[in-house]
Design a protein around this ligand. Structure first.
Ligand SMILES: Nc1ncnc2c1ncn2[C@@H]1O[C@H](COP(=O)(O)OP(=O)(O)O)[C@@H](O)[C@H]1O
Ligand code: SF4
Ligand SMILES: [Mg+2]
Length: 322
């Protein structure tokens, strides 16, 4: 897409300073997102996807976590220069994040209506129509039937799919420009997940919403995303337009991810089955972090981090073999 990016992340570094060492959770991540575009971020558990998202949101876990470098430009403004209250205003209104487990985003003690209306109030929306009628609109928008009655329901009275829709309604209440969905559909069954994805697409079409989709699932990437960034050990090792990535995966890690079949019986933390483990992020090896698991590794891979090269149009890859 040849538009100005709505979000640009440049050289982002987020480290955790722990008693045992420095965990380089995000180590020089760069990407950009255009209006109406969907970027997928894929990679095994523990490679820094969530911390990338939390860094953008200004929600890095404290006190150990710290952003030590880079820029996060939202419509040209660097979010890393904002203070707490400024970020609070930006979250929800301009950029919003949906988490994996809807129960952690909903308060079990309040009705759905209360929570949607509270979000609308805190965003100062809507200006003209009342909060309640806007809340009903929003629930209808995320395809919750009998929305008026559902306002009185508590989260536990709803199915998992319905709850995730409520979380979706809350996420879009402030009419954000950018939505980050972090494994947002992992806990849903296949049919509900599909419906939810269609819904996000519809919202995107209606509003030109830009989405970052963090997922384990290349099926979702194929359905939802325009571009994909593959993350390994805190770095993006390959990024490309979706079609190009599927047709020409160029980093051995991407290739391995695509070959590994997700096992639905396993825990979500363990969906990929590539031999070996990702390295501990406080003990990164010299050279390419994937080298100990890479079938193509040669001497240089263990010595020097690979330069980024273009494997195609707008298709950067960090690998000595490309
Ligand atoms: N609160 C924390 N303290 C120390 N290290 C953390 C903390 N949270 C995350 N990390 C580290 O950051 C790495 C990246 O985590 P995360 O972004 O959650 O991975 P992903 O979302 O890709 O599964 C983890 O491997 C972990 O070592
Ligand atoms: S740089 Fe070497 S070890 Fe790393 S992915 Fe490429 S071939 Fe494999
Ligand atoms: Mg995560």
């Amino acid at each position: 897409m040849a538009q100005d990016p709505i979000l640009e992340v440049k050289g982002l570094k987020t480290y955790f300073f722990t008693r045992t060492g420095v965990v380089k959770a995000v180590d020089g991540v760069s990407f950009s997102l255009a209006q109406g575009e969907t970027l997928g971020i894929v990679g095994e558990s523990g490679c820094g996807k969530t911390i990338t998202a939390l860094s953008i949101m200004g929600l890095v876990p404290q006190p150990a976590g710290r952003i030590v470098g880079g820029k996060v430009l939202l419509e040209g403004e660097d979010l890393l220069q904002k203070n707490g209250p400024e970020m609070q205003r930006i979250r929800g209104r301009r950029i919003c994040m949906i988490l994996q487990d809807p129960m952690t985003s909903l308060n079990p003690l309040y009705t759905v209506g209360n929570q949607v209306i509270e979000t609308l109030r805190s965003c100062g929306r809507p200006k003209k129509t009342g909060f309640r009628s806007r809340a009903i609109d929003l629930l209808q928008k995320v395809k919750i039937g009998a929305a008026e009655n559902q306002l009185r329901a508590y989260p536990h009275q709803m199915s998992g799919g319905m709850r995730q829709r409520v979380v979706g309604a809350i996420a879009i209440a402030g009419e954000p420009r950018v939505l980050i969905a972090d494994e947002a559909t992992t806990s849903l069954d296949a049919t509900i997940q599909f419906q939810y994805l269609l819904l996000l697409k519809e919202l995107q079409r209606d509003w030109g919403l830009s989405i970052i989709f963090i997922t384990h699932d290349f099926g979702i990437v194929a359905m939802m995303c325009n571009r994909v960034a593959v993350m390994y050990a805190g770095k993006i090792v390959e990024s490309a337009d979706v079609r190009d990535l599927f047709d020409h995966p160029s980093h051995p890690y991407t290739e391995a991810l695509m070959k590994s079949v997700p096992n639905v019986d396993e825990d979500v933390d363990d969906l990929y089955s590539i031999d070996g483990q990702p390295p501990a992020l406080d003990q990164l090896p010299k050279g390419c972090a994937f080298a100990p698991r890479c079938a193509y590794a040669f001497d240089r891979c263990f010595e020097e981090y690979p330069d980024q090269v273009e494997a195609g149009e707008n298709h950067p890859v960090a690998c000595w073999r490309v």
